[in-house]
Design a protein around this ligand. Sequence first.
Ligand code: TEU
Ligand code: CA
Length: 554
Amino acid sequence: MKDFKKSTVYQIYPKSFYDTNGDGIGDLNGVIEKLDYLKTLGIDYIWLTPFYPSPQVDNGYDISDYYNIDPSFGTLEDFKKLVKEAKARNIYIMLDMVLNHTSTEHNWFKRALNEETKYKDFYIFKESINNEPPTNWQSKFGGNAWEYVEAFNEYYLHLFDRTQADLNWDNKEVRKEIYNIVNYWLEKGVKGLRFDVINLISKPENFEDDLDGDGRGFYTDGSKIHEYIRELNENTYGKYKNIMTVGEMSSTTVENCIQYSNPKEKELSMVFNFHHLKVDYYKGNKWTVMDFDFKQLKELFKVWQEDIQDGNGWNALFWCNHDQPRVVSRFGEDKEYLKESAKMLATTIHMMRGTPYIFQGEEFGMTNPYFDTIEKYRDVESINYYNILMEQGKAEAEILEILKEKSRDNSRTPVQWNDKENAGFTKGTPWIPISKEYKRINAEKALYNKDSIFYHYQKLIQLRKDYEVISNGNIKFILEEHENVLSYVRNLDNITLIVLNNFFNKEVKLELLDEYLNNKSKNKILISNYKDSSVLDKNLTLRPFESIVYYIET
Ligand code: TEU
Ligand code: CA
């Protein structure tokens, strides 16, 4: 039995993890080969992004068969072996469930196009209005969210790529099929489930134009969302003991997330929200370059930590995933202070209330690759927006600068295992270029150096298991007005932690309130990212990106 409050999840994007057969694509056997490495790190769960058969337009988030493994990743036998080998190392497997949409190559969709009414009702087909799409909603990957089907003179809804058709969750038959899929994988020994864009499944009864947005207000956290998740729980993972679940909640609210994750609601164990990862979107637009807004970042963490706590919900804690640029390039400094800033960012979220997630390569400081030509990109969203911005008349050089900061491919370059050819990822030609940084930044090098980012993560993972105050303590943000330091206090009974993080490349001063300094009979530094961090004092100076966690027992 694992306690998700004491656990850490490691996300694997199999395509870029480790290739064992030289085709340039990472595979399930590659995951098996690296299990000992993951055991050394100390993680509890591996979340695998989709490995099911797929045309790979959206790298597997376009599923054509929910019951198999895409041949580029391996076989069902390989998967069974992975579950077994992982378990032998006390690691559980979490799968990615993409249930908002299927690939248009899925048999259901093909039968829908074949005019089988039963399957047409699996999707969302609507008549056109005056030869225009049913609504003005925008696809998350650019362009209108409706695709025309001439044979029916109708459109189908796709919130993502046109090859990802949205399922009609209002159809009970669809929900039954979904329960079968989830149960099939649970029976194979899966212990965790990540539900892709799950808060988008409940669509409105009437489809109307969005007069001041891209349509998300009409289908985000929709009217039946809690009912559908509760029902999913009841019919699948709720029947098992100890299945950990996380919902990916696009553009959601605190109130909804409390309901999704408060145990008494019987919905999910925890939620991903993304508000803290939009603090570098100029006026909400991702396709811009701007320094991150630190003040806003602090405010968002405070709200999402304290308010979710007040409602007894639970957060997934993360900076990185396969859709986000590398955090050290984004909110840290990936040259001179790579080590210090990567460790500081790790401490910032690993000491919070929630369950931490690490994205492959984050644990030894992988950076954005800074691709210099469009040919190096593979991601459908990046390529679409490249074309859209070109059409808008932006200069190519400027678009490439935007992609260098914002493209999802920033996180999708192969894991840098060592300083040999292709960073040790493959003996063939990698499906996407390898970052030029692999000689400076790689796993082998990190493992040799006890002071590396890797061992900092290892320690953070262990601290969460050893200190109840981290997994179960109360959280309260302090130094709210400080312009450079993000700080909070954790408390449980007579134990207090003070967590201080300097997010800037300069020395800064701070002053702690007396209440944190009185009655400290015993205190020590639990973890920090400089060898000689100061002892606890009222007035403190933090060096560039310095991060210190004080442990106080009264
Ligand atoms: O992501 C949902 C999602 O909202 C992001 O793709 C988001 O649109 C993007 O980062 C904005 O820039 C999930 C998966 O994580 C993603 O990989 C899939 O492409 C998407 O769903 C569709 O399944
Ligand atoms: Ca392979």
